[in-house]
Write a protein that binds this ligand. Structure first.
Ligand SMILES: Cc1cc2ncn([C@H]3O[C@H](COP(=O)(O)O)[C@@H](O)[C@H]3O)c2cc1C
Ligand SMILES: O=C(O)c1cccnc1
Length: 341
């Protein structure tokens, strides 16, 4: 038996992408029909109505209830941090993971505010992936295994998955992934992240240019992930795919989580149909990424934190949408005259 099994895992992932289910149209129609009977003028709840229908289609429930919403944060470290591309030291990744556990981070409070579960998965924080300006982040087996970890992380545990991440220097890695997937000048995908100064921006631009040049025109999305990605990005891509296979709706957060989702989009433009884009981050290239994929963000709050904070905020709105859809009276129930008297 040959030991070229390391060539297999990406093919397994490609096969899963080919097996992605579409939405449950019957459930979606049922939700739309119920919405039409609720005691309000048709369309008066605007995008809230669309959100309830979106959950219905992707959960397969005509009258959807969200009972186990979850924010899953994936944390990892990146060798490219050594290039001075972040305003903060790499040690902050672990310190923030400890802060999540202690309840002190922004995401903890948003989870309390909107009654969301929170799970944090740290991915070998003491072993950063190689500096992507010099080396591939993974070999294929490790990249696929990290995606599989992300898939496992969501298995059976939630009915609304909000993606979050923590990883100093990961806006550099995300910019490299976008540049390689979507093209354009690599520097156009670079922004201030945690708030680097002009010199930091120049180092970041040089790092993204070097990483993209190193893989010279690589077009395969999984190869791009393997060569210029990172662990939390691979795990999140796996989580988005696993959620699709289990018909769990997903809320994507900001610039970095969108880079993970974009890998799947590049494999199949319908791969993110079960995803809601929570917000447009203040990281400038996030808008470009969303426009490239034709995705409309729900919110524009000037946020640029990550951790899943934008997704958690949007989850509160999605929960409100399903609560309204499920709990409101119909015209018939309430004895309210409808449009035709
Ligand atoms: C205290 C602190 C908390 C954070 N929470 C999320 N991030 C965000 O900033 C990092 C990416 O930005 P860059 O590429 O510039 O390093 C990621 O960890 C991201 O989740 C944080 C960053 C810091 C410093
Ligand atoms: O939009 C994001 O996800 C983001 C922006 C800056 C830093 N970290 C994350």
């Amino acid at each position: 038996m040959s030991l070229s099994a390391s060539a297999l895992p990406f093919d397994d992932i490609r096969n899963l992408v080919r097996q992605m289910p579409g939405p449950d149209e019957e459930a979606r129609q049922e939700a739309r029909a119920r919405d039409a009977q609720l005691t309000k003028p048709a369309g008066s709840l605007g995008r809230l109505e669309e959100l309830a229908e979106w959950v219905a289609g992707w959960s397969g429930q005509g009258r959807p209830k969200i009972t186990r919403p979850l924010v899953a944060i994936f944390a990892a470290n990146h060798g490219v941090a050594a290039k001075g591309v972040s305003a903060f030291p790499a040690s902050v990744t672990r310190q923030m993971v400890e802060n999540f556990a202690a309840g002190g981070a922004a995401i903890n409070q948003l989870c309390i505010a909107h009654d969301l579960g929170l799970k944090v998965f740290d991915l070998a924080l003491d072993m950063p992936t190689p500096d992507i300006t010099e080396d591939d982040a993974f070999d294929e087996a490790n990249c696929a295994a990290t995606m599989a970890f992300g898939m496992e992380a969501v298995a059976g545990g939630t009915d609304l998955l909000c993606l979050g991440e923590m990883g100093i220097a990961n806006t550099t890695v995300a910019a490299a992934v976008f540049a390689a997937l979507f093209g354009g000048a690599p520097g156009d995908w670079v922004g201030p992240g945690t708030g680097v100064d002009a010199d930091g921006m120049a180092r970041k631009r040089a790092a993204v240019e070097a990483a993209v040049a190193r893989i010279g025109g690589e077009r395969d999305p999984l190869e791009i992930l393997r060569r210029v990605g990172g662990r939390e990005i691979a795990a999140m891509a796996g989580a988005v795919l696993a959620a699709r296979l289990q018909r769990i709706p997903v809320i994507v957060d900001g610039f970095v989580t969108t880079a993970a989702a974009a890998v799947l989009y590049a494999m199949d433009p319908e791969a993110l149909d079960h995803c809601l884009f929570a917000h447009v981050s203040a990281e400038p290239a996030h808008r470009r990424a969303l426009e490239t994929m034709g995705k409309t963000p729900l919110l524009d709050m000037g946020m640029r934190l990550g951790e899943g904070t934008g997704a958690a905020l949007a989850a509160g709105i999605v929960k409100a949408a399903t609560q309204v859809h499920d709990g409101m009276a119909t015209f018939a129930d309430a004895g309210v005259a409808d449009k035709d008297g």
